[in-house]
Ligand binder design. Sequence first.
Ligand code: SF4
Length: 388
Amino acid sequence: MKYSFTKLDTYEKCPRRFRIIYIDRVKQESRDPLVFGDVIHECLLLLTGPMVGTGAHKPGAMFVKGICTTVATDKGLTGNEAFKEAIDCLIDFFKTWEAQSPIIAVEKSFEVNIGGITLTGKIDRIDDRSGEGSVIEVVDYKTGQTFITKAEAENSLQLGTYDIAARQLFPEAHSVLTTFHNIRTRQKITVEHTSEQIDNTKLYIRSLVNQIESERNWAPKLHEFCVYCDDRPNCPAYQDALQGKRSTPVAETLNDLEAVAREREDVARLYRILGKRKKELEEAIRPHLTNGPIILGNVRYRLLKNRVVEHSAEDVIAEVSKDTRIDPAFLAGLICKVNTKELDAYITDCEEIMGKRLTLLRARLENVANRGVNKPKFDARPVSEEIT
Ligand code: SF4
């Protein structure tokens, strides 16, 4: 069997799903988050493809919108929000294109040999960072909503695999950089692997392949992508989770951090699966509420108006300064804040009329922005997939 990063990743996440896809060859239906990723990848292929080896200019916002509309319609990307987000992400992607190195290849297929194992794959983009082939940068596009930590990138099996592939594809390069570029979170994180990290990646790939080849049980392993798995109706682990069955005991005390962490992960898995189920159930009831409330069991279900209240900054300043006699300009500085996303969307629409002046405007806006720090966000990620 040939292996790819996707196959190894699927096995790591859930052996049962690996068997269904790669051994039983059951075709999986694409679901919304996966379609979103497909749309972004296809658009970037169409938009950056003509730039390979030509130094062609980056596409303008209107062209990006046009390509995205065609691809999203073709792939059935549903929902205005997802569609609008895809366009915003792609436009933002090209905003930071100014100092782009020459592109050598997009969607570059590879087949490499790692100690007798044939590993295949496709790299999203390869850049020539030095302009003369001595420094190669391999870029993988991500479209998830979470931020990637430096440690995750350094220990990523995917980046490690792409590094090995790039060294075989470009033996003349003396340096290979590997980058995750998350198009959704606008995060870019670059890793230059040490030779020890590369050796560890090769060892880890061999150990994963050994596990797959000696696997007999193909046990299900719940993880964050279960809610998109087509095998959910037949999967015992998923069905147990739908029944709310816990697989770890309740921590006896909140001081026992090991027990707290175990229970937290168990609850987080159930919470995600049950949250998705709750949404499905509510969507089933919703269409019956358009003509008024209904009672099922002893619960009244109804649709409530979701009011949005917004004030025009001009009106608010005029009204407040009328009574307080505070200078309107001072008041504006005190209470008016401009939402970065909306400002960005607005000035991007001005690209056609402003041309290069738009870059200067963006730089000036960056300079006058106020930056602060909110309460730190709680984050939890598995380390089992890390190569140590
Ligand atoms: S539902 Fe989850 S645990 Fe079950 S087979 Fe699918 S991915 Fe694996």
